[in-house]
Ligand binder design. Structure first.
Ligand code: ZN
Length: 477
């Protein structure tokens, strides 16, 4: 079979038809080069800072059945809302919302009646939309292109003006009726807009088409529709929501449950809370990302894509790729006249992080000694492991530890209650090594978004010749 190369990086969201599931890959990875599967929900910020929230697929509750990968839960709606609201004192909206289903209420346009099948409408999406206040809301349309007059978002405060939403339904790609299926818009990100511009009205705008009570409902799962006239009541029957589902699976062990629901994890690539702008490159099982508060430029993390707690608990293919990343990072650092130090703290962490820090070559002879000194001060028993020892050979799965791979030694310590969480950073930031003690605590050296973006861009650029995850004949990002 001949394969065509996709010229423009294309993002694919979740399926809504069980027959299509087989074409999908692991969330966050490429289906084919340049076509990335983003998962069914999340937030994605483009390099131009345009924020796109998405929740695709069908609603299990409204559909009345579960189609694996194709259906979402009320909790998915709140997760997307929470991720958008996170860290914002005054939420103004999101640039783009993409959903498969149409929000109930949107079809009741006085001016331009639109025909949409009842099963394409969702109360949960109406809840999400009224909470998110997207400037653009895109949905797929089976046949006709439809653009509604903008509506003014509802506010919870009286006399408080919110931004307007343009709701657009695009027809399918290359449809026979030649209905519009592509939409181009030049968009200044909401974060960079002046408030007066954001709130400016248009002459054709309409009031918000959704029940204003939805805005008062903190969780969407407690609401069901009782009739076609837009009335809602509180659903107290928890059997029907996520909790009911969880109850049925109560035989699972708690650890497994956490693996299956990585929504709250900052490092699971599929999680809506992952900061995608920090991701440098994505392999088959692991990815490289810029840490928050890096010790030095080119300080990166190797992280498993899925939720694994530590090297000692991760499957072989994950550990194999970690080694591959370490090998290329060593070569990369070496090309800049540096040496790589790698360390993992499997203690009070739920998602494995391998820290990779380049240090000057001149430090090589002192590294072990400085680690030992710092361990001594903290009364940590540090062991030097024999060459080629695997950490899994010395540590029981699940047992907490600190492990570091220095250019010429491997060290290991069992951690205990008062193990200093910043131990690896304490050592490396000390004067004999990087001499940046102010950076020992990552919270003290957080970078601005612009600085993070430029470090990621710089890393990607220079790392290109070493990056085994990249398409070999690609010459652009
Ligand atoms: Zn995780």
């Amino acid at each position: 079979m001949r394969t065509k190369k996709v010229p423009v990086t294309t993002y694919v969201f979740g399926p809504s038809d069980g027959n299509h599931v087989k074409y999908y890959c692991e969330e966050g990875s490429e289906i084919v080069p340049n076509v990335i599967y983003m998962g069914k929900r999340g937030i994605f910020t483009t390099s131009a800072d345009v924020k796109i929230a998405y929740l695709t697929g069908l609603s299990r509750r409204e559909l009345g059945k579960d189609i694996p990968m194709c259906t979402f839960e009320p909790s998915d709606c709140s997760a997307v809302r929470d991720a958008c609201y996170r860290g914002q004192t005054e939420y103004r909206g999101v640039d783009v919302l993409i959903t498969t289903l149409w929000p109930s209420g949107i079809q009741q346009d006085e001016v331009q009646k639109v025909d949409v099948a009842e099963e394409r409408l969702s109360n949960l999406i109406a809840w999400l939309s009224i909470h998110l206040k997207p400037r653009y809301h895109f949905v797929p349309s089976i046949d006709k292109f439809y653009e509604r007059q903008p509506y003014r978002n509802q506010s919870t405060h009286q006399d408080y003006r919110e931004c307007a939403t343009r709701f657009i339904a695009l027809s399918s790609v290359g449809n026979k009726a030649k209905e519009k299926w592509i939409y181009a818009c030049s968009l200044q990100p909401i974060t960079k807009m002046r408030m007066t511009d954001l709130l400016q009205g248009t002459t054709d705008e309409t009031p918000c088409p959704y029940d204003p009570d939805l805005l008062k409902q903190h969780q969407p799962g407690k609401v069901v529709k009782i009739s076609g006239n837009g009335q809602f009541f509180f659903n107290m029957d928890t059997q029907d929501d996520d909790h009911g589902k969880r109850k049925r699976r109560s035989g699972d062990n708690p650890d497994k449950k956490r693996k299956e629901n990585p929504d709250s994890c900052w490092f699971c690539l599929s999680s809506p809370t992952v900061e995608k702008h920090l991701v440098i490159c994505v392999g088959s099982h692991c990815y490289l990302a810029l840490p928050k508060g890096p010790l030095t430029p080119y300080h990166v993390l190797i992280l498993p894509i899925a939720h694994h707690q530590s090297v000692t608990k991760a499957p072989d293919e994950v550990n194999k790729e970690i080694k591959q990343f370490k090998e290329v990072l060593k070569k990369f650092y070496s090309s800049m006249g540096m040496l790589g130090v790698f360390f993992e703290r499997n203690f009070k962490s739920s998602h494995m992080q391998i820290q990779c820090v380049p240090v000057p070559k001149a430090c090589e002879t002192q590294l072990l000694e400085v680690f030992q000194d710092e361990a001594g001060i903290n009364r940590i028993e540090l062991e030097v492991l024999p060459p080629f020892t695997e950490i899994a050979q010395v540590s029981l799965p699940g047992a907490p530890y600190f492990h570091a791979e220095l250019p010429s030694d491997q060290i290991y310590a069992k951690t205990r209650q008062h193990f200093p969480l910043q131990f690896g950073r304490d050592v490396l930031s000390s004067p004999p090594i990087l001499n940046c003690e102010d950076k020992a605590d990552w919270r003290q050296c957080l970078l601005s978004r612009e600085e993070e973006d430029s470090l990621v861009a710089m890393f990607r650029q220079k790392f290109k010749p070493f990056d085994f995850t990249a398409d070999v004949d690609s010459d652009s990002d």
